[in-house]
Design a protein around this ligand. Structure first.
Ligand code: NAP
Length: 262
């Protein structure tokens, strides 16, 4: 399925282009007509995804960057403007998994490091691109998580970071609305891609069952009886970036096949 034409002529910067949603975002934005600037630390993966974008007929500029590094973020913003002369969208997708331990035991420095990547780096990158987004009437999408919707043990540090990211998106919407820039959030549940496949394999081995059994157990907790794939989550981001969402800002859209209702 393609949102053909929705992002025609637009340029989208995507942080954290990994094998899962990051790649899906790059490809779906390209299929919707956008050129893309792709940032992550793994140069090889960026090149692979950029090649796939090229095969769709759009241009991708890979920028190897650690978003915790201020100078690298400045280089990323400059590259986007120099290569394309405009920026219409920023997707803050990069994510560092905080330690999955109870809050009563978790190492506070590790929690702090999680905040640096998952919250403050996203804020820094957004600030750098606001002038360009203001020129185009562009928009920002923060990738959040269904962790917002529950308080399960060991997910406390993850939830704290994502809750801060949501709060940040809402306040930025208020600050940037008068400047013509929209800021929204997409909160995926499970995303059926490499990371989750690896995790389900790990759980299956631990429990002595098949990975399909773990998939079926989790899929049964959703209204649609399946787990969303990266393209399906990415399409919600394309919508938020597109003119179809021109009156939508400060909102959070859950894309979880109905696992949680919000
Ligand atoms: N996977 C799920 O089931 C799931 C569920 C709910 C929400 N989400 C959210 O969806 C988003 C994408 O998750 P995903 O699992 O699909 O991952 P992904 O898009 O496949 O990859 C994310 C990438 O972020 C990059 N990254 C991490 N720290 C970075 C840094 N300091 N600077 C630059 N890039 C950095 C990493 O690439 P490098 O190592 O190359 O830098 C990583 O591969 C995340 O925000 C996550 O919280 C995921």
């Amino acid at each position: 399925m393609r949102a053909a034409g929705l992002l025609d002529g637009k340029v989208v910067v995507i942080s954290g282009v990994g094998p899962g949603l990051g790649r899906g975002l790059a490809l779906q934005c390209a299929r919707a007509g956008a050129d893309v600037v792709l940032a992550a630390r793994n140069e090889e993966r960026l090149a692979e995804v950029a090649k796939e974008v090229g095969e769709i007929g759009r241009r991708a500029v890979p920028v190897t960057a650690d978003i915790n590094d201020h100078a690298a973020c400045e280089r990323l913003a400059e590259t986007a403007r120099n290569e394309f002369g405009r920026v219409d969208g920023l997707v803050n997708n990069a994510f560092a998994t905080p330690p999955l331990k109870d809050l009563t035991r978790v190492d506070l420095d590790a929690v702090r490091r999680g905040f640096e990547t998952n919250v403050l780096a996203a804020l820094h990158l957004t600030r750098l691109l606001v002038p360009a987004l203001e020129e185009t009437g562009g928009s920002v999408v923060m990738i959040n998580s269904a962790v917002l919707r529950h308080s399960r043990r060991t997910f406390g540090a993850y939830k704290m970071a994502k809750a801060a990211l949501l709060a940040m998106a809402q306040n930025l919407a208020t600050e940037l609305g008068p400047r013509g820039v929209r800021v929204n959030t997409i909160a995926p549940g499970y995303i059926w891609a490499d990371n989750l496949k690896w995790y389900f394999d790990h759980l299956a081995k631990k429990r002595g069952v098949t990975a399909q059994h773990i998939y079926d157990e989790n899929a049964a907790t959703t209204d649609l009886g399946r787990l969303p794939e990266p393209d399906e989550v990415a399409d919600a981001v394309v919508f938020m970036l597109s003119p179809l969402a021109r009156a939508v800002t400060g909102q959070c859209l859950d894309v979880n096949a109905g696992e949680w209702h919000h």
